[in-house]
Write a protein that binds this ligand. Structure first.
Ligand SMILES: [Zn+2]
Length: 206
């Protein structure tokens, strides 16, 4: 079990949804779900996977990344999220990582890229730096698991930096979910901001 430091994030628990928001046919009037997942995740949760009556709009990119509002690079992921919120009747966003992420492992083994604004540099400056600073005694195996978690939380933080997302969160018409999937068991672990850990939907924390 990994209980994460809360130093880096100041998440409002009210902005986070529960699995009931997605699976309960009564809860949110059949509105859709946007899920931002990793492109080497071959079994991304969808409406069949979680037995949901809602339509899932899947966006896949390198390590389920979402640029922050101060990131000047054009990003189709952000454009897709904005489109879904504005025009596709969506009121849940899932940022979905996975435990066997080869991209996170690949980025972890690369040296810092000096060319500037790219995914490796951002990963090194955020998730890698956070794990190095906050978990100095972790083993290499633990560090990979921690980077996967910290990277996912960084993407949630980035998502909340956009005014078109924050306005919907503040009015209560949008919920965020942080999911981590075990590729072997297919179990989904959901981020619990009040406990700062990823908890198995039906049982023990991961
Ligand atoms: Zn991956």
């Amino acid at each position: 079990m990994y209980t994460l430091h809360t130093d880096l994030y100041d998440f409002n628990c009210n902005y986070f949804g529960t699995m009931n928001d997605i699976t309960n046919p009564e809860s949110l009037n059949d509105k859709g779900v946007v899920i931002v997942a990793c492109c080497d995740h071959f079994k991304v949760p969808n409406s069949e996977y979680v037995s949901s009556p809602r339509q899932f709009f899947t966006i896949q990119n390198l390590a389920n990344s979402i640029p922050a509002s101060n990131d000047p690079k054009f990003d189709s992921t952000l454009g897709s999220i904005e489109y879904a919120l504005a025009l596709m009747n969506v009121n849940n966003i899932v940022v979905c990582g996975h435990l066997d992420c080869k991209i996170i492992r690949h980025w972890s083994n690369r040296s810092r890229d000096v060319s500037g604004n790219n995914e490796v540099t951002k990963f090194k400056e955020n998730a890698c730096a956070a794990v190095k600073r906050l978990y100095p005694h972790a083993t290499e195996h633990e560090k990979i698991n921690l980077r996967i978690r910290e990277h996912l939380l960084t993407q949630i933080k980035n998502l909340q930096s956009h005014s078109f997302v924050m306005s919907r969160l503040e009015e209560g018409s949008l919920k965020i979910h942080g999911w981590l999937v075990d590729d072997q068991s297919d179990h989904i672990y959901s981020y619990n901001p009040s406990r700062s850990l990823f908890g198995f939907i039906d049982g023990a924390p991961l």
